[in-house]
Design a protein around this ligand. Structure first.
Ligand code: BV8
Length: 229
């Protein structure tokens, strides 16, 4: 029997042991700032400097050489490299840790912190430094239009067609480190259940645990390498 195609969905929990905060844990990002103030198009229109400051702080943290991919990121890159069937890693994370671990069949459905997008010309440019609306676009040279290349609440996630096609043909769906509270990502398991084996690998039961055939709970650096071995 051919090797089943695999779709893996990751969330902030897979990067927690690399030192990056999650969103909804007690020490999470949304315990310190409100989504409405920093992660919606309306917030950016109302106070771009505040939104840029929020993402500049997270981008600065991601530049810290102490922030490295962990054993869970590496286990997924190794699985992709050796898997004979189709493999796709869909991440909700905007950090670059999967990229740095060597994952290639990787889609950032909520965008990437280390990229910026120009609202004048639409160009997406690699961007590791601080960003402000005064920053001129590297492609068109105009200032006043640069925003983080991340998907805010109320905005359409990226790569949805390619993700839908992969979900349609997958035989194994694994969700790692996500609380299952943000849609459409949290709804992927309901789309595939019944025709794919569905596994949740998380510190604790997610909001959509009931949609999974199996669950293993624990820290990602422990349960992910064991699962992919
Ligand atoms: C859309 C990028 C439609 C930016 C993010 C009302 C008004 C408006 C919208 C809505 C609404 N009601 C519902 C919606 C839809 C909304 C939504 O789902 N809201 C929720 C909050 C109710 N969704 C959207 O708006 C999406 N877009 O619907 O568009 C549309 C249709 C047509 C045309 C136009 C539009 C867009 C959502 C994307 C928002 N952007 N991030 C940024 O990062 O700042 S979301 C944000 O949440 C991150 O991407 C994050 O990844 C994501 C999900 O969170 P998780 O990754 O799951 O993180 P969380 O902290 O929640 O959980 C961590 C888990 O890890 C926990 O379970 C924990 O136990 C576990 N863990 C912790 N440590 C470890 C661990 N596991 C293992 N090991 C450990 N060590």
């Amino acid at each position: 029997m051919a090797a089943p195609s695999i779709v893996v969905l990751t969330g902030a929990g897979i990067s927690r042991e690399s030192g990056l905060a999650t969103f909804r844990d007690a020490d999470g990002i949304w315990a310190k700032v409100r989504i409405e103030d920093v992660a919606t198009p309306e917030a950016f229109a109302r106070d771009p400097a505040r939104v840029h400051a929020f993402y500049n702080a997270r981008r600065a943290q991601l530049r810290d050489p102490a922030i490295l991919p962990n054993a869970a990121h590496h286990a997924l890159a190794e699985l992709e490299a050796r898997w004979p069937g189709d493999f796709l890693l869909v991440t909700q994370n905007v950090d670059s840790l999967h990229d740095r671990a060597g994952s290639r069949r990787l889609l950032h459905m909520h965008g990437e912190l280390m990229k910026a997008r120009c609202r004048h010309c639409g160009a997406v440019s690699p961007w590791e430094a601080d960003l402000s609306t005064a920053t001129p676009c590297p492609a068109c040279g105009k200032a006043g239009g640069m925003r983080p290349h991340v998907v805010w609440f109320g905005e359409m996630p990226l790569h949805m067609e390619e993700i839908g096609a992969a979900l349609d043909r997958c035989g194994l769906f694994v969700a790692i480190g996500t609380s299952g509270q943000v849609y459409p990502a949290a709804g992927f398991v309901a789309e595939v259940r019944g025709r794919a084996r569905t596994v949740e690998l998380n510190l604790e039961a997610s909001a959509v645990r009931g949609d999974f055939d199996e669950a293993r709970h624990g820290k990602a650096t422990e349960i992910v390498p064991r699962f992919v071995a």
